[in-house]
Design a protein around this ligand. Structure first.
Ligand code: ATP
Ligand code: MG
Length: 581
């Protein structure tokens, strides 16, 4: 590609609201352009990366025996009513009405549509298993679109759906997809981890997420330092410690704690450790029948609430929320920092680690008062014990081997075993060997194309810009001529080299911009992360040489003109052959 005929739109500065490096560099490099919250264009340069990622995904899916199709973005409400998600899916589902007043939604995912296809097109168990996929637009009205294309409202996902006669067959395809995701992420050159995950609003039983390890990741993942165990922190089980046994329980005492509102202030005031105090959280939950109620959760002072675990224990439906200041004031008569389990007349749930304390300090449910020497059995109303907290660094690994460590991750892929959830509700059946109609087992497998591009930048950049891995770089090689318009030899050599490398099948960006200064060309090519660069100047040519530099190194290497092609061949990673656009 000749830069003079291309749209390169690099910028010196990123807008101030770009928080993470990938967002900044994608804007500065002119890969994407925002139009509204969570709505982006992929500019030509960005689209080349996007297409390469897409091609890797498509190639690996095809290799795994999956079959490509395409489904509509706009989906009829009737199908979502059948699956019961029309009412259950929250405000992320963008609903719309057509000119005939019929209801539709923009597909955040395609289980309903694919199940509608399967129930019409698949009749017999002989057609199973089958795995169908698309690489297509999704829309989710995200509450907080952010980080550029990492979390947008409109985005592109590869989503695959498999159908099976039994659980065994589903398990087999699930494992094939697991391996396929590992291959895709390896080809893209990402450092990643697969983790046990929650199934969320998609539903089903068994699920894994694939996380790209990066400090900017929105998720926390927990993994054992000695075994292969790893899980999303939402899902990682906190093992109950042994209960502390104290021979002489301390006396219960009320102490004045003026102005003490937080665990930190309390610990400082009493010169106590966070592990010897508890915190009490008031939560409002809503049952399926619409009944709202208040419950209290007690955690050890150094622990954090895990909302997902709490939702399960309290059997709430995704709308569990911390009570507001005013609600706490109205129902208990104090502020949040003074809450405690003693004499609390609402359902009480205590986390294992808090329940294991022999005695502890807590709020007295009166302003500026705390209680010390509190013992569960002696001083508190009846309560239920459950796993309600996030695991922390150093907790025992749930598989019994090693200790947990916590890292940040970007979720790029998610695979689920859906079982018969959708096929039962939507009557997607096949006739089995005995001729009986039976609902099919289903799996679904998603991976985000745009998020992968952003995640790659999070792992591959330096102060000068992006460092694309070979397999997804928008261009593999940049040719930068010095004084193209002044030197006939430079012009001839760079034109020839451009043709030679293009002919050999490489994606080449020829910086044939006569007006642009050398320094700017070099910094642009670094910013947009092109792996190999060749600088062609008259001085070098006089010695029969051009200068080569790899984006991840900072030394130049002189190459004899005749050896450039063979040198490039050696450099380009043979494991990720070029994908031509
Ligand atoms: P998250 O927890 O980050 O919202 P999710 O669990 O909702 O993700 P899935 O429904 O499993 O995501 O979607 C599969 C993949 O689609 C994700 O792993 C991610 O790569 C991509 N994806 C999901 N939501 C978005 C989004 N808003 N913007 C860009 N990519 C997304
Ligand atoms: Mg989501």
């Amino acid at each position: 590609m000749r830069a003079s005929k291309y749209l390169l739109t690099t910028q010196r500065e990123a807008p101030a609201d770009a928080e993470i490096i990938s967002h900044k560099l994608m804007l500065r490099g002119g890969l994407i352009k925002q139009h509204s919250s969570g709505l982006y264009s992929w500019l030509p340069l960005g689209l080349r990366v996007f297409r390469k990622i897409e091609s890797i995904i498509r190639a690996e899916m095809n290799k795994a025996g999956a079959i490509e199709l395409s489904m509509p973005l706009v989906q009829p409400a009737e199908l979502w009513q059948e699956s019961q998600r029309w009412s259950k899916f929250g405000p992320e589902l963008l609903r719309l009405t057509d000119r005939h007043q019929r209801n539709f939604c923009l597909g955040p995912t395609h289980e309903e549509i694919i199940t509608d296809i399967a129930r019409n097109e698949i009749r017999s168990y002989r057609q199973l298993p089958i795995n169908l996929y698309q690489i297509q637009t999704k829309f989710r009205d995200e509450i907080r679109p952010r980080f550029g294309v990492m979390r947008t409202r409109e985005f592109c996902m590869k989503d695959a759906y498999s159908f099976h006669l039994d659980q065994n067959s589903l398990q087999q395809t699930y494992e094939i997809m697991f391996d396929t995701y590992e291959k895709i992420l390896s080809r893209i050159g990402l450092k990643f981890r697969s983790v046990i995950a929650d199934t969320g609003s998609i539903g089903g039983s068994h699920s894994h997420e694939f996380h790209v390890i990066a400090d900017s990741g929105e998720d926390a993942i927990a993994f054992s330092d000695e075994s292969g165990y790893s899980a999303n922190i939402e899902k990682a089980e906190a093992i109950a410690p042994k209960a502390e046994i104290i021979k002489n329980p301390p006396l219960l005492a009320e102490i004045n704690t003026p102005g003490v509102k937080t665990i930190e202030q309390l610990c400082e005031f009493l010169d106590a450790c966070k592990t010897s105090v508890v915190k009490t959280l008031l939560l409002r939950s809503e049952k399926e029948n619409g009944d709202k109620k208040l419950s209290a959760i007690v955690l050890r002072g150094d622990h954090q609430l895990n909302l997902l675990k709490a939702e399960k224990v309290l059997q709430s439906h995704g709308d569990l929320a911390l009570a507001t200041k005013a609600q706490i004031e109205e129902f208990i008569g104090c502020s949040a920092g003074s809450l405690g389990p003693v004499d609390l007349n609402i359902d009480l749930f205590v986390d294992h680690s808090a329940a294991a304390l022999g005695s502890f300090v807590c709020g007295a449910n009166k302003e500026d008062l705390h209680l010390t020497g509190v013992c569960w059995d002696r001083d508190c109303p009846p309560f239920k014990v459950a796993d309600l907290r996030n695991v922390i660094n150093g907790d025992p690994s749930p598989d019994g081997v090693g200790k947990l460590k916590i890292a940040r991750g970007i979720e790029v892929g998610h695979i689920f075993q859906l079982g018969k959830k959708y096929s039962s509700l939507m009557r997607a059946t096949v006739s089995n060997e005995a001729g009986q109609e039976t609902p099919m087992y289903m799996g679904c497998y998603g991976i985000g194309v745009g998020r992968l591009a952003a995640a790659s930048i999070e792992q591959n950049h330096d102060n000068n810009g992006i460092i694309w891995p070979e397999s997804i770089a928008p261009f593999q090689i940049a040719i930068i001529p010095i004084n193209l318009h002044k030197s006939a030899t430079v012009k001839e050599c760079s034109e020839n080299m451009y043709k030679e490398l293009m002919l050999a099948g490489y994606d080449v960006l020829f910086m044939d911009l006569e007006k642009m200064r050398l320094g700017n060309m070099l910094s642009d090519v670094e910013l947009i992360g092109i792996p190999h660069r060749l600088v062609i100047g008259e001085r070098g040519l006089n010695n029969g040489q051009v200068e080569y530099r790899h984006r991840s190194r900072d030394d130049n290497e002189p190459l004899a003109i005749g050896t450039v092609l063979s040198f490039i061949k050696q450099q380009v990673n043979r494991h990720s052959p070029p994908l031509h656009l």
